[in-house]
Design a protein. Structure first.
Length: 460
């Protein structure tokens, strides 16, 4: 059998014959490998290749494709085939697909579902976009406490499918309320004649439908689970959440935060699949905002034009001063945003953060200020550059300016994410370029104000 690389080369050439047996005896090829192969070839070729797959393989591979590719496929295949694939998906994969759709597109694709699945999707999409309800799988196995392990096993064989959610069995009462969960190992390792009630441990961690994806990530990490039950406010079991779906959600969230922090709007699709002009739009918005902000730097420089004309030497240190403030601000913002994402900090910790960052900024400013002072002294005394007779005062200006600007940078970088969180805006939007731009402008004001105070009557 050919490897996937060889098959990819054949697909690019328009030869799809090697795909006809996928799903018919090729059990060694996992659907994710096929999806990865399709993602590595041009879109048009990948769509033709997908259509050449056996129907049973199409339904398995579809859920492993990114949403960009999934939409392309549904648009190009027949309605009957699209309906079959969408109705064959597991409930969590189906919800993930419809969550990626908007407006008219979502409405038209909902018509491809049977009534049962359509109602289920409608119900789930009524929950907030960031809730765990958008990730749950509604296919789960339940039993009650009054039967034996042997009876429960027979019931499960007759009434439930073999899928990823069957690793844990859920015990519910007559009203469907969650009582406990039982790992499958307990069925195997206990006497078949034992009652289900005898093997319960009374410890069942669960999520609410309205809990956020971040809440789910924390619980999975805290309790080291691979699947968690999800209930409504009355503790009625409505679905389960598996760790693989949480990992996908975590990856998407981290990707968007990194993009935001880099001064880019979050991409809707992977970089390689994002249309050129869409990519330009995502990048241009922030660049324009930052450019307008940087124009204030020129305004600040103009305001201190008289000081600069009297002491041109001050202009030599402008890049050094503003970059130090921007770098310290970006550092602080990165640390705080990540700490908030990991739930190490909340907005209630603002005073703790402020005190800590003021002290950090003072210490870091003293370090950089000392280096700057020593640099001027060495250059002057070794005659590498002549800063004039008032070089000592100039060195003091740089020393105190760096202390003030680095302190201001760390304070701004740490407080901006907390303020954004307070007003319910994603803290990641306080990107490194944004913080750096804000500190650049204010840093110039600090620098020239200190220079005017120290150098007045000498070179100013």
């Amino acid at each position: 059998m050919m490897n996937l690389t060889e098959i990819s080369k054949k697909i690019i050439k328009g030869d799809f014959s090697s795909l006809l047996n996928f799903g018919n005896g090729n059990k060694n090829v996992h659907p994710t490998e096929v999806a990865k192969m399709l993602g590595a070839v041009p879109v048009d070729s990948a769509i033709e290749a997908f259509r050449s797959l056996p129907t049973i393989t199409q339904t398995k591979v579809f859920s492993y494709l990114d949403t960009f590719f999934q939409k392309k496929i549904v648009k190009t295949i027949t309605k009957s085939r699209a309906s079959f694939i969408l109705n064959s998906l597991s409930s969590d994969d189906r919800i993930a697909f419809y969550s990626s759709l908007k407006g008219v597109e979502r409405s038209s694709y909902l018509e491809l579902l049977d009534e049962k699945n359509k109602d289920a999707v409608h119900d789930i999409l009524g929950y907030p976009e960031n809730s765990v309800a958008r990730l749950i799988n509604t296919e789960f196995a339940t039993i009650n406490t009054e039967i034996t392990i042997m009876q429960a096993s027979e019931h499960l064989r007759k009434n439930h499918k073999d899928n990823e959610t069957a690793n844990v069995i859920y015990v519910v009462d007559k009203e469907g309320k969650l009582v406990d969960d039982i790992p499958m190992r307990r069925f195997v390792l206990n006497d078949p004649n034992k009652k289900i009630a005898e093997i319960l441990d009374g410890s069942c961690v669960s999520l609410k439908m309205t809990d956020t994806k971040e809440d789910a990530i924390v619980k999975f990490k805290e309790y080291d689970r691979v699947v968690l039950p999800v209930t409504n406010n009355d503790y009625v079991l409505l679905g389960v959440l598996t760790v693989d779906d949480v990992m996908d959600a975590e990856e998407q969230r981290n990707t968007k935060e990194i993009q935001n922090f880099g001064g880019v709007e979050g991409l809707d699709y992977p970089y390689v699949k994002t249309p050129f002009f869409s990519l330009i739009k995502k990048r241009a918005t922030w660049l324009i905002v930052l450019f307008v902000g940087e124009m204030l730097t020129a305004t600040a420089m103009g305001y201190f034009d008289a000081e600069i004309s009297k002491a041109v030497v001050l202009a030599l240190f402008v890049p050094l001063i503003i970059s130090s403030g921007g770098n310290s601000g970006s550092q602080a913002a990165t640390l705080i945003i990540r700490a908030m994402a990991l739930k190490e900090l909340t907005i209630r910790d603002w005073w703790f953060v402020m005190r800590r960052e003021i002290l950090s900024g003072l210490t870091l400013g003293l370090i950089l200020g000392t280096i700057g002072f020593i640099r001027i002294a060495i250059w002057q005394n070794l005659h590498l550059y002549d800063y004039g007779v008032h070089w000592f005062l100039l060195a003091l200006t740089i020393f105190f300016s760096l202390i003030g600007i680095v302190m201001w940078g760390t304070l701004s970088g740490s407080m901006i994410p907390i303020l954004l969180k307070k007003v319910k805006v994603d803290p990641a939007t306080s990107s490194a370029p944004l913080v750096a731009t804000l500190v650049d402008v204010t840093g110039l004001v600090i620098y020239f104000t200190i220079a005017a105070a120290i150098l007045k009557g000498t070179i100013l």
